[in-house]
Design a protein around this ligand. Structure first.
Ligand code: SF4
Length: 390
């Protein structure tokens, strides 16, 4: 009947091919083409090109994208760190307000908002929970908003000249980028085209690029800088782990051990932990896969559990298991790809979002502080301002 195709929250059943639009933009001399690479893409882009994990680095993908004609190659890790600053501040603000007179109306848990598959699911099945979902945009959309405001200004160009592409492990991100709320002042989308990993691999092959023969190249600055806390966004528990690291810092002024919140990692479908945050117990939960999300919400509604902060990712394993990733019949690689991300975090020179020098720069130069008026305008959204397709 087509209902499942219309309503699939992750969008995996109705993938659209956008490669021609990107090829056209790359040929257009008037356009400045920039691209962001999502955290989970670095675990998988080489799989269908015959590259080993060691060969398929994000730096070699940057090289392939420049060979295709992109002017700037950036990292969604930058805006994942920005998301943590906004979402972590939002959580602390919510906790503070709840403890003040009149704060009893503030409801918990607060839910993460970076997964558009989850947003579509909660809107269609539990709309009464929408005001508990963080208003922070996803890293993809924060990046798009920064690219067409701060970065356009830094380049001295009109934002309409920028063609902003994202490479995602996700099909639902295509629908997210097309939402009426994800546009700039002139009504242009903040992200012009979302490519899945399968699409970018097709583009590399169609461009006759032998990625294995390319050198590794650094990403562009300043929006190509991300931390270990950002790269784990692609694995279940990663957003929670990263958010807790910075929330701890924002609450205490000191960094925790970066592995202090490792209890939220791993592939259990529904994990829960309580951590001490500056003397306040913080009850958190993490669920991946919408079946687990439903069980968790039903338990919340029945009063069987209660939490302060909940991370939900629609795909099993998180974005490493996303609907835009390469498909290997009969083989599930989400766990293996997630291990790659946790390994990158462990080796990262910076493991806290609040220490990302580019994030600090963008706050100093442009946003001021998390939750500032400009940050609210560009980095936050209203989940009630659009309707699910009938
Ligand atoms: Fe997209 Fe990741 Fe959510 Fe899956 S878990 S729908 S890949 S954002």
């Amino acid at each position: 009947c087509g209902q499942c195709i219309t309503h699939c929250p992750t969008g995996a059943l109705r993938a659209r091919d956008d490669t021609e639009r990107v090829f056209d933009a790359l040929e257009d001399q008037e356009k400045i083409c920039l691209v962001q690479i999502a955290p989970a893409v670095r675990t998988s882009w080489g799989e269908s090109l015959g590259l080993t994990h060691e060969q398929a680095t994000v730096e070699r993908l940057a090289s392939a994208l420049r060979a295709m004609g992109f002017d700037y190659v950036f990292d969604t890790n930058f805006s994942a760190d920005l998301t943590i600053m906004e979402e972590g501040s939002e959580l602390l603000e919510r906790i503070k307000k709840a403890s003040e007179p009149g704060g009893e109306d503030i409801k918990f848990p607060m839910f993460t908002s970076c997964c558009p598959g989850w947003i579509r699911y909660v809107k269609s099945h539990y709309p009464e929970l929408l005001d508990q979902v963080s208003t922070s945009k996803s890293p993809q959309q924060m990046f798009g908003a920064v690219a067409k405001t701060y970065y356009a200004h830094a380049l001295g160009v009109d934002p309409s000249k920028i063609f902003s592409v994202s490479i995602m492990p996700c099909v639902a991100k295509k629908a997210e980028a097309a939402l009426p709320t994800m546009v700039g002042e002139t009504g242009d989308p903040d992200v012009d085209v979302v490519l899945t990993v399968r699409e970018v691999d097709r583009m590399i092959r169609a461009s006759h690029i032998d990625a294995s023969a390319l050198p590794e190249q650094e990403l562009d600055q300043p929006l190509g800088v991300g931390t270990g806390a950002a790269v784990i966004f692609g694995a279940t528990g990663g957003v929670m782990d990263a958010a807790l690291r910075s929330a701890y810092f924002l609450a205490t002024g000191e960094n925790p051990d970066p592995d202090a919140f490792s209890g939220v990692r791993g592939l259990d479908g529904w994990k829960e932990k309580t951590f001490d945050l500056a003397g306040t117990p913080l009850r958190v939960a993490v669920a991946h896969g919408l079946g687990n999300a439903r069980k968790l919400i039903e338990a919340l509604r029945a009063g069987e559990v209660s939490y302060d902060f909940v991370e939900i990712m629609a795909c099993p394993g998180g974005c490493v298991g996303g609907g835009g990733q390469p498909i290997h019949d009969g083989c599930e690689l989400a766990g293996e790809r997630g291990d790659v991300l946790w390994g990158l975090d462990a080796q990262a020179p910076i493991r806290f979002s609040h220490e990302n020098p580019s994030v600090k720069l963008v706050y100093d130069d442009f946003f001021g502080n998390p939750l500032s008026e400009r940050a609210e305008e560009l980095l936050h959204t209203d989940h009630t301002a659009w309707s699910m397709p009938k």
